[in-house]
Write a protein that binds this ligand. Structure first.
Ligand SMILES: Nc1ncnc2c1ncn2[C@@H]1O[C@H](COP(=O)(O)OP(=O)(O)OP(=O)(O)O)[C@@H](O)[C@H]1O
Length: 306
């Protein structure tokens, strides 16, 4: 059963954009709560320093009546590795990230990050150390500055560096707030509740900038399925490639081309890992699912061009 933490944990979920806030509150009212912090936890201040992620015989399901969304998944991700997760719709790709953030608890098995079993870590501690850019992220009602640094730990210079690295300078152009004449934009730009005054792609970029500000060693990128133009899509990929090159990056891909430059691809089917390896190696196995997905995509593109 899904278990959502107490208010601090809920806020953290929202900060990380794992869920839009309404959904988080709805779930939180329905479910029991796991602790946000664990007393006597042996977590070091810099955990996870390396960003190794291991799923060990991990299974989970959304409700008791449903089949397992993930079944006996075993997967070792190295520090700094770029992993692409692919599979047909409903294969279990997003479930991997829900398991990693403990939005859904394990039915059996475990997930270890740098050797620490995440089930033994407080939810707030866990989620505040990982980063995610979700499919359709929500933003806070307030200023852009607040959205980039909700805990107010960074100075303007650091935020500007992130805005520039994240390529959102033009997006934050405005006439009000704390104006920077050199850049012609401001960190005081107003963000409506949920970020309604930004597109899904822009909201993803702002979330990416938030991660640039707070620096995380493990990052999940849940690619948007729709509403994102190819320019924004490639900008996101460029930023991840350049500015998160030392982080472990797990990209949940709905378009195969997004992950063809990954170190390894995980192919999911019916909640299981069915193929794992470098993209070229998987593509050369003509009987494999990855090859089938590639062929199906080429076919779709051909139809669209006609
Ligand atoms: N919120 C939910 N409640 C109940 N079942 C769910 C929920 N989300 C997903 N599932 C089920 O869990 C299984 C795995 O879904 P998941 O979202 O992980 O697949 P996916 O590969 O990410 O799919 P997609 O590409 O369509 O996003 C599916 O059978 C799906 O129906």
């Amino acid at each position: 059963m899904p278990i959502i933490s107490n208010l601090a944990g809920i806020r953290q979920l929202f900060i990380n954009n794992v869920y839009p806030i309404q959904e988080v509150y709805d779930k939180a009212h329905m479910e029991a709560e796991a602790p946000a912090h664990v007393e006597n936890s042996e977590l070091t201040a810099d955990w996870p320093e390396h960003g190794q992620v291991e799923f060990r015989n991990y299974s989970m399901r959304f409700t008791a009546k449903q089949d397992r969304a993930l079944a006996d998944v075993s997967l070792q991700i190295k520090s700094g590795e770029r992993i692409g997760v692919v599979g047909r719709t409903g294969a279990g790709k997003t479930s991997l990230s829900l398991g990693l953030f403990r939005v859904i608890e394990a039915e059996s098995g475990s997930i270890l990050i740098d050797g620490v079993d995440i089930a033994q870590v407080g939810l707030h501690d866990l989620r505040s150390r990982l980063g995610i850019v979700s499919q359709d992220p929500a933003l806070f009602h307030g200023t852009l500055r607040f959205n980039l640094d909700p805990l107010q730990r960074h100075c303007d210079r650091e935020l500007w560096e992130a805005v520039e690295a994240g390529g959102i300078v033009e997006m934050v152009e405005c006439s009000r707030g704390r104006h920077d004449p050199e850049r012609g934009c401001c960190l005081g730009r107003f963000v409506e509740c949920g970020g309604r005054n930004f597109s899904a792609g822009q909201r993803q970029l702002i979330c990416l900038c938030r991660l640039l500000v707070s620096r995380r060693q493990v990052i999940v990128l849940d690619e948007a399925t729709a509403n994102i133009d190819s320019e924004t899509d490639s900008l996101i990929r460029r930023v991840v490639q350049r500015d998160f090159r030392h982080s472990t990056v797990i990209t949940i891909a709905h378009r195969l081309e997004s992950v063809l430059d990954s170190d390894r691809i995980v192919v999911m089917d019916n909640g299981r890992v069915v193929e794992l390896g470098p993209p070229k190696e998987l593509a050369s196995n003509h009987n494999g699912l990855f090859s089938q997905l590639l062929a199906a995509q080429k076919q779709r593109e051909k139809h669209q061009q006609q």
